[in-house]
Design a protein around this ligand. Structure first.
Ligand code: AMP
Length: 398
């Protein structure tokens, strides 16, 4: 059974075709600049080189048709006809309080995606465009929504409610939702399998450290807490997002700089984090780490703050679960930067954690990086959100 996985942005469309008999990717690619001059598709069949096609893509419908044409092309295609694709799995960011699990898309689901536009104004409209494009190009084919917010729906009230007037939750569902849920669920599940932990009771902390970054705590694969909130702004220090901040800072900067709330929120989302703290040096952690190693004081303070914030969350989540069996690092920084992993774990000696430097000297490979004596297992576990989406789609459509 072949599942097509789609991740739509406002002007982009990423895809993978996954054969679920052995969970292998048969082709993948990316459409960029949809609706903008210079649209192009980069298509890569498994084991072959990348092919680039330049053709106007005025909207997502044209983009998806180009993807399907590439997938069935006699030369560089991987299936004979679109009939060989059984279902389509879509990443959808926000479901509000409406869904705590993936769901086959019908008109009601599309309505929920629209109702949640206010909660994810950049993502939900693009996600719906992708869904409608697939419906038009492949009538009758099941489409499945796999929500970023689904994992966080198992949090208790004590974890998800903000300490603000209850009426805002009652009226507008203002609460903590959490994001990167597909990744957190996948990584915690794989950690339980690979470490042979109790699937009902295992206490796992996942540090998803990429350009966007979040931590989650789960017991038996069910989310207990996660660091992002109503929006992906809360929590860790990220590439350009501030993470946790005293809301009073917003008012203070508004008053001092004569800016309105939207302008300051834009600064907190797009000009803060690694970029802001390093005084504009870079939002890319590689640049920050390199500059820190070369002695740049702003980069050094930024790198230290990034690791410190992750370590604080690990401490808080260990307390929330009254223990922890495994800590996993994933995403761009978590999978690639041994120094960041080591730096974070240097705060965790009180948990009996010891890192094996030789094992930690690795990139993008599932591996235990703690010593045999370490009381808590620490792992590098590459995330695979596309496979997670394909698995959910397969489960609902097989
Ligand atoms: P992601 O959002 O998961 O793609 O992660 C992006 C982040 O991962 C950026 O801050 C990159 O600097 C970081 N990253 C990607 N590759 C590497 C690498 N080889 N070494 C260190 N950091 C990396």
């Amino acid at each position: 059974m072949n599942i097509l996985v789609i991740n739509c942005g406002s002007s982009s469309l990423k895809y993978q075709l996954i054969d679920m008999t052995n969970e292998t990717v048969t082709a993948k690619g990316l459409c960029e600049r949809i609706g903008i001059e210079g649209s192009n598709l980069v298509h890569q069949p498994a084991g072959k080189g990348k092919l680039r096609f330049e053709k106007p893509m005025p909207d997502h419908k044209v983009a998806i048709q180009m993807v399907l044409d590439a997938l069935v092309d006699p030369e560089h295609g991987v299936v004979k006809s679109v009939d060989e694709i059984s279902a389509v799995g879509h990443r959808v960011v926000h479901a509000g309080t409406n869904y705590s699990d993936a769901v086959v898309i019908d008109e009601n689901v599309k309505e929920v995606i629209k109702i949640c536009y206010d909660l994810a104004p950049l993502h939900n409209p693009a996600n719906l465009m992708g869904i409608e494009a697939c419906e038009a190009a492949m009538p009758g084919k099941p489409n499945v929504a796999v929500w970023d917010t689904a994992f966080g729906m198992s949090m208790d009230e004590k974890a998800y409610l903000y300490a603000i007037p209850y009426e805002y939750f009652a009226k507008y569902s203002v609460r903590r939702y959490g994001f990167h849920g597909t990744s957190h669920k996948f990584v915690s599940g794989e950690a339980i399998k690979s470490l042979n932990l109790d699937p009902e009771k295992a206490k796992v902390i996942v540090c998803h450290l990429g350009n966007g970054a979040s931590v989650s705590a789960s017991i038996g694969g069910k989310c207990v807490d996660t660091s992002m909130g109503l929006t992906p702004l809360e929590g860790l220090i990220m590439g350009t997002r501030s993470g946790d901040i005293d809301a009073g800072v917003v008012q203070y900067i508004c008053n001092k700089e004569g800016k309105d709330i939207n302008e300051v929120l834009n600064i907190l989302n797009k000009k803060s984090g690694l970029l802001g703290m390093s005084d504009g040096l870079s939002s890319d952690s590689r640049d920050i780490m390199q500059a820190a190693a070369e002695g740049n004081p702003r980069a050094k303070a930024t790198a230290e703050a990034f690791e410190y914030r992750v370590a604080k969350y690990i401490g808080a989540y260990t307390a929330a679960m009254n223990g922890v069996d495994a800590i996993c690092f994933t995403a761009g920084i978590g999978e690639n930067d041994k120094d960041v992993r080591k730096g974070i774990c240097s705060y965790l000696g009180y948990l009996g954690i010891e890192i094996d430097d030789e094992a930690n000297n690795v990139r993008g490979e599932l591996r235990v990086i703690s010593t045999a004596d370490s009381k808590v297992k620490v792992m590098l576990l590459p995330t695979n959100e596309e496979l997670a989406i394909a698995r959910e789609t397969y489960r609902l459509c097989k």
